[in-house]
Design a protein. Sequence first.
Lengths: 389, 134
Amino acid sequence: MRDVAIIGIGATKFGELWNKSFRSLGIEAGMKAIEDANLSGDEIDGLFIGNMSAGRFINQQHVDALIADYSGMVTNHIPATRVEAGGASGGVAFREAVMAVASGIHNTVMVGGAEKMTDLDDASINSVMDATADAEWEAGMGITLASNYAMIARRMIHDHIATREEIAAVSVNSHFHGALNPGAQFRKAVPIETVLKSGAVATPLGMFDCAPISDGAAAVILCPLEEAKKHTDSYVKVSAVAQASDTLALFQRDCITEFKATQVAAARAYEMAGITARDINVAEIHDDYTVAGIMAMQDLGIYKTGEAGKAFLNEETHFDAGNVAVNTSGGLKARGYPIGAAGLAQIVELTEQLRNSAEARQVKDAKYGLAQSAGGNGSAVTVSILEAI
Amino acid sequence: MASVAKEWREIPGRYNLQGTKCENCGKIYFPSRSFCPKCRRDSIGKMTPVKLDRKGFVYTFSVVHEAPDCNNRQKPYAVVMVKTSDDILLSGQLVDVEPENIEIGMPVRAVLRKLDADGPAGIIHYGFKFVPDY
């Protein structure tokens, strides 16, 4: 296996982008990444697309072929592969692409993530989201994805792992950073009262505990580390890509206040990168629901159980706090959550941080960045580690 | 619209809380599994149907205010994870109680109720819901 580098990144703005179609979003992100990597596009010999549900959102299957076609790459007939893993679609697509280059089967690869959600009505979108849990034994019984996270939150509060305020502070942290990111869907900091008083979605969680419905795309270009210099001076090393699974239904677990898949993927990732949780400077975590942010920071081993919530509440997670900066992009909550794009948007943000181009939200002297991408109720989790060169 | 077969093949689990027990290690699974993930090969041919105890207590809960239209329930409605007397966790709705009276630890039991319907002319789905067991 050979080391892999990220030589180009690109992303669209995330949000309710009425004038942009799925294909135009995907192409915009891809074109930016190719331009950033100083490529013509002809060098790319493989394409991976993270996408959760174009089939239900825009009634289009086979989006791998669609993107290969409209990106012009079909003229070289390169292989294009669509990857789906619920909310972790982008994270898993990234890992597949890295492995493809590391193995030597591919040399220069584009991996993108895209989702066009707002062409569908809100109620139908919820139904698609709920289908990432167990459709027969959860969604079919009236359990929504939000209510599963809400039941985790309720139990977490009961077991004194986090308070309601600490859980809400995850959203406050994401909005604080979203205000500093020109690409974010929500560019407004919010006080904790806004989160606590937001309309109930599934008690105890409210609207401001939940990531929004978004359109958007993000893409990165990979090549072997030893070839990266040929293309650009601003590249980063991919030090680890790890992935783990867990039961599809949340109720089948022994413990619901932690995600074993995050713990296992994190342990593998730290081993691959030859580092520990203490070495991480900046982390992008999957805060599709606030409570998931608390779990992520604990399951990644960055905070002990019962301590992550305090860190968010005390603003230790801010980009300039001198600790592990969390969700400097604004996270899924404020950067936006076009599902298949989320995992790639994390990689884009970490690359910005590690090449010192994150401007108003730049973390000082960031060496290691970690991305955690999760699908359903932690049924699929990827943990990737990037390293500044 | 879903087929009728999709409905009736799940009747043992949905109506009767029938799961499977691994006769090799004794662990009970719900919904049914064709082999035991822990014993694997040793459990083949040794998974027997077992009806769960319908009684248990609320392990955690939520009151759902936002749900898809196809999830044709009266909002807001309560959902729970229940730990049965067999020490199995189950998810479902909790009915016949005001949301403000629900608390972790309260005793409940599973009853057969209408879950949902595929529109006015579609299949009516039945299955278990929980009610307070005072």
